[in-house]
Each structure stands twice: as structure tokens, then as C-alpha cells.
Design a protein around this ligand. Sequence first.
Ligand code: MRU
Length: 327
Amino acid sequence: MTNFASRALKIEEQKLSLLDQTLLPHEERWLLMDSEEDLIEAIQSLRVRGAPLIGVAAAVFLQLQKDAGLKPEKLNSMALKIREARPTAVNLMICVDQFLSGVSGEQILFEDVDLCNKIGIHGAKVIEPGDNVLTHCNTGGLATVGIGTALGVIETAHKQNKKIHVFVDETRPLLQGGRLTAWELGKSNIPYTLTCDNMAGTLMRSGRVQKILVGADRIAQNGDFANKVGTYSVAVLARHHNVPFYVCAPYTTIDLKISQGEEIEIEMRKKEEVHGITGALGSYLWAPKDSPVFNPAFDVTPSELVTGYILDNGLFTREEFLKAFKK
Ligand code: MRU
């Protein structure tokens, strides 16, 4: 494969390295993916994360193994293990399946860059000069190999000099907004304000949010979609306050095999993430150690709450989405 470098994925001399996102924003450490165990561990611990990026990382890793001469049987069983590393983002399954059906890892990689650019161009059309845009989780260059999905739209609108400002949900419990989106917006010099997740209602009520843009981990045929937990609450608030709510995603996030959101498997994570903060930044547990915990990594937002879908092939209203994808 040719050498390549994006914000979170590098290919150098036929080796894949990934930026350890659990250490951001304070440390930028790259990890060499020497084995399938390395990659699976990186995906499960969210060192590499974001629906498109985990799909591309898997495809690139498999391509490198193939190029190094790994036998088809072994490659196949490796691919199936990696495919199951996380259950919710369908990009992982779709990219591994594309690879197994003969699409090269390199093609999957460069396609993602292109898909992000297209989403950015379509999405920037809904952004008006001076808009305050609220976003949840992280959907930028750290979640893709391109400019991102929702954050790619923000990036594109900013480059078009639309003078936007972004409200960044912190995104409990793993703080993808506070740690990652804030870091990315800072790098691009896009004005932003960080807020805790439970402040979104107050912001909307006071009329300070004109648009909401989020990404997705899996979109069903009927337009219901899974995204980082908390997205559903934002969508309900948006409806109540009449704020347009857009989902931004490439076709690799659309699961044509499922008809509705209830069919999406939601990843459940460990209790320590809710008991306090735990991970590479250190550990501090503030809740009683034996507190029972509910910790789904994602939630499902019904399509009725979506104003529009910003996809790589255009902007779709809910009705247009249903026409295009519902069987
Ligand atoms: O658990 P994460 O950090 O992988 O969750 C990521 C999200 O929910 C993103 O919003 C989604 O993957 C879209 S990324 C372009």
C-alpha cells in the first residue's frame, strides 16, 4: 500500500499506526498495529474510534496482511474476528465485507476521504452565515480518514467563511466532545464553546442554537439511527425547540439489512466509566463502587425527529430517505 497519513491513521512502510485517542488532547502517541490482537484491543478500548475510521482501519490492516502473503484461510478468519470487535457501527462490518469481496483496503481508505468531502459540500448548504451549530460526540478527522462527517460539514462551512460558532457537547462518559472535538476545532481555528451534555436544553431554550449536526454509527432503512448515547435527548430537545436536526453520514453507515432502529445492537460498556472517570487520563471514581450502572455506548433516534440526512450523495428529507432506502 502507498504511504498515507491522516489525523488518526498512518501507513508507513507497509505498517499501520493509529493515534491513541484515549490520550488526547494532552498526548499524541502513535501505536503500531502489529497483530490482529493489537487492532481489536485498540478498537475495543476506543484508542481508535468513530464508525468510518474503525471500518477503514480494519480494511487497511487486512490489506497489509494480504500484501505480506497471509494465506486466504487465515486472512478470512482474522477478518471475521476483527469484524466483531464492536457491535454497533455497521461501517466495521461493511468495510470488512467489502474487503472480503475483493475491494482493496486502499480503495476503501481513499473512498472515505472522498465521501467526507462530499458530505461537507452537501451539508454546508444548510448552514447559514452566523449560525451557532450544536454537535454531539466526535465526528471529525479523528473519526474518519477525511475531514469528518458532521464536523466535516462544520469545517467546510467555516472554510466558506460562514462565520459559524460551535457548541460542543462534552459527551459523557468518555468525553469525545470535550477531549476530541474541542481539540479538532481548536486545530482548525473554528470558534467553539464547550458545554456539558445537560446544558443543551438551556442553550436551545434561549434561542442560541440554529442548527444541530450529528454523525451516525448505523442507519436503518426507515431512517432510525444509532449514534453516541445522548444524541436521542438532543433530538427530542431540538424538536421541542424547533431547531433543525441533521444526521451526517456516508453510505457505509447505512445498514440496508435492517428495517428499523430497534434491530440495532447497542454496545454496553463497563460500570467504571459511569462510576467516575477511568482510562489513560487516570482514574477517579466518585460513585459508591457497588452502584448499579446503566452504560449503553449508543442510543437510537427515531427518524421522525430528523430534519434531514446529509449523505455523500446529497441532502435527503426524511421522506426522500424513505423513498431511496426503504424496501
Ligand atoms: O464510541 P465512539 O467514540 O466510537 O462513538 C462515535 C460516534 O458515536 C460518532 O458520532 C459516530 O461514529 C460517527 S463518526 C463520523
